[in-house]
Design a binder for this molecule. Structure first.
Ligand code: DX5
Ligand code: ZN
Length: 217
């Protein structure tokens, strides 16, 4: 599996539909929506209405990354807005098994997210129930940050944990993904690559998407 998931966090929101379209032409496989509430992370971004807008612009799977406090309260709203994947931070959810089940009852694929200093084996006992593990390769909150160097080891740990537990979850990374970092991440075993600034800050969004896609073929 080798999917480029452009993060609309870095998109020009005055032209969201066209920006998403340009990534689709370039070979994007998913659309990543970074939801932030200014509490779990020091930034405020988007909510269900923007996921709904993105849903109207694309047929691609919409991958919602909830960087919010008490995500249980909003799962239904994001599912109704058209999310295909909903990922919650393990640092934020007390009853993670119940939350993962609820995401699936809502008809979405369930993802869990680990921050850069959260041990990979913290997801050991939820591994067989999830569809997606999102490994943060920057500290969440902002686009355009530097890829944290121990992420490659953490990706390899996630691959061995998946094998050990006979799980099927996809491994996604988010943060600092660009043409310099994506090849080693692919080699380490990543399936889905979130990229925001590497795509939307480029002069040619379509070409930037294609360039990343070609590096993980
Ligand atoms: C951090 C965000 C960013 C974004 C990608 O909370 O989740 O990682 O998706 O940003 P870039 O690709 O610009 O690092
Ligand atoms: Zn994200």
């Amino acid at each position: 599996m080798a999917i480029i998931a452009p993060s609309i966090l870095s998109a020009d929101f005055s032209n969201l539909s066209q920006q998403i379209r340009l990534t689709e032409i370039g070979g994007a496989g998913w659309i990543h929506c970074d939801v932030m509430d200014g509490h779990f992370v020091p930034n405020i971004t988007i909510g269900p209405i923007i996921v709904e807008a993105a849903r109207k612009c694309t047929k691609l799977p919409i991958d919602v990354h909830l960087m919010i406090e008490n995500p249980d309260k909003y799962l239904e709203a994001f599912a109704n807005a058209g999310a295909n994947y909903i990922s919650v931070h393990v640092e934020e959810v007390v009853h993670l098994n119940r939350t993962v089940n609820y995401i699936k009852e809502l008809g979405c694929k369930a993802g869990v997210v680990v921050n850069p200093a959260t041990p990979i084996n913290s997801i050991m006992d939820i591994a067989e129930y999830i569809d997606l593990l999102l490994i943060m390769t920057v500290n969440p909150g902002f686009g355009g940050q530097k890829f944290i160097s121990n992420s490659i080891r953490r990706i390899e740990e996630a691959v061995s944990l998946r094998n050990k537990h006979h799980s099927k979850f996809l491994i996604e990374i988010d943060g600092g993904v660009n043409k310099e970092t994506i090849v080693n991440a692919k080699k380490a075993g990543v399936d889905v690559f979130v990229a925001g600034s590497a795509i939307f800050d480029a002069d040619n969004i379509t070409a930037a998407t294609t360039e990343l896609k070609n590096l993980i073929k």
